[in-house]
Design a binder for this molecule. Structure first.
Ligand code: ATP
Ligand code: MG
Ligand code: FE
Length: 339
């Protein structure tokens, strides 16, 4: 089954073809990061307009890349939510418009389901069941994934998401947007132990997280000096931040593995690209005898491949979810556990 996937929930226009027999046939991505950088964050109206500009040229690109014709496509999957309403509407209307024009069924996908199934696109995919650590710009959750569509929330952040904390810390440190990669890079040249920041909720009995205090600790540290921090001190602070974040994410992941008794941990979402986190989780996996799986680096952040994959797996399992109705809604707020 060949599924065309469209992602447009935020600031990335992602399109892909996934085939259940042959795997990922093509994918293309346009990131709007450069456009939003001047504003220090995503401007929703600009995001929607840019999706409109990019989406059809990207479709032409992947049709050529995969050398397929619309007639060969079995279904169209698009991100239905959560995300920015205007941005979601672009993907939804293109998906349904093409569905009507090409006479193909259309299926709305939950963006986070895409993220947490994305490690299945790797060369050695995990088998079900597994624990998923979803660490993205808007979410930080530990989930028990028993099967496609069977997701149980084990714990989540009570305030800021991990990626959000990275982005806010980057802003405080005067680094480029988006902050995750910039903070991680700067942290590499910091001295371990030079700055120690709190590890929020490290010893709480549950699997929840809280990161807004960590960001405040960075601010407090910056305020202690009356002059702007110079490079070595900034790198030490970045190191302290990343170390605290990685410690908490690793400790709670280990706790989730013990609590569920499962043998596989899957990491998904943009913060899953973080090298310090990958090193710590790989070491924890060895020590506690579980396996850990990551998506390819390029598929950690938003992309169309994960949406095409989620659509294909759903339609394989539940063919009746393929509908040719072409009336659509988007769901800017949508709880994954409720799907
Ligand atoms: P959501 O999926 O929750 O709606 P999102 O789609 O914005 O949010 P992703 O695209 O999965 O999130 O990830 C983006 C986030 O990942 C940003 O906050 C970014 O700073 C962070 N990020 C990306 N690369 C890294 C890295 N190497 N280290 C740490 N954080 C990173
Ligand atoms: Mg993004
Ligand atoms: Fe995302």
């Amino acid at each position: 089954m060949l599924v065309f996937g469209i992602e447009s929930s935020c600031d990335e226009t992602g399109l892909a073809f996934y085939d259940t027999e042959r795997g990922l046939l093509a994918h293309a991505l346009h990131s709007q990061i450069d456009m939003h950088r001047a504003y220090g964050g995503v401007v929703p109206e600009l995001a929607s307009r840019d999706h409109i500009r990019r989406i059809l040229p990207l479709l032409q690109q992947i049709l050529q890349q995969a050398a397929i014709t619309p007639a060969q496509i079995d279904a169209i999957a698009f991100t239905q939510g959560p995300g920015l309403a205007g941005a979601l509407l672009v993907g939804a209307s293109v998906a349904n418009g093409l569905g009507l024009a090409w006479d193909k069924p259309v299926l709305g996908i939950h963006h986070l389901e895409g993220h947490l199934l994305s490690p299945l696109l790797a060369s050695t995919p995990p088998a079900f069941p597994f624990v998923a650590l979803l660490v993205s710009g808007g979410h930080t959750q530990l989930m028990r994934v028993t099967d496609i569509g069977n997701y149980e929330m084990l714990g989540e952040t009570l305030d800021d998401a991990a990626g959000e904390a990275f982005d806010k810390t980057a802003k405080l440190l005067g680094l480029d947007y988006p902050g995750g990669p910039a903070v991680s890079h700067l942290a590499l040249s910091g001295t371990p132990g030079a700055v120690t920041l709190p590890r929020p909720m490290l010893h709480s009995k549950d699997l929840d997280f809280s990161f807004s205090g960590l960001k405040t600790a960075v601010l407090t540290h910056l305020k202690q000096s009356d002059q702007p921090l110079q490079e070595p001190a900034k790198a030490d602070l970045a190191h302290g931040f990343v170390a605290a974040m990685v410690d908490v994410l690793t400790a709670k992941s280990i706790k989730a593995m013990k609590q569920t008794g499962l043998a596989r941990l899957v990491v998904a979402g943009g913060v899953g690209a973080n090298q310090q986190l990958r090193t710590a989780l790989t070491a924890a996996a060895q020590q506690h005898a579980f396996e850990v799986y990551y998506p390819d680096l390029a598929l950690c952040t938003d992309n169309g491949a994960m949406i095409a994959l989620a659509g294909a797996l759903r339609l394989q399992r539940w063919p009746e979810q393929a509908r040719k109705q072409y009336a659509f809604t988007v769901r800017p707020r949508w709880d994954l556990a409720a799907i």
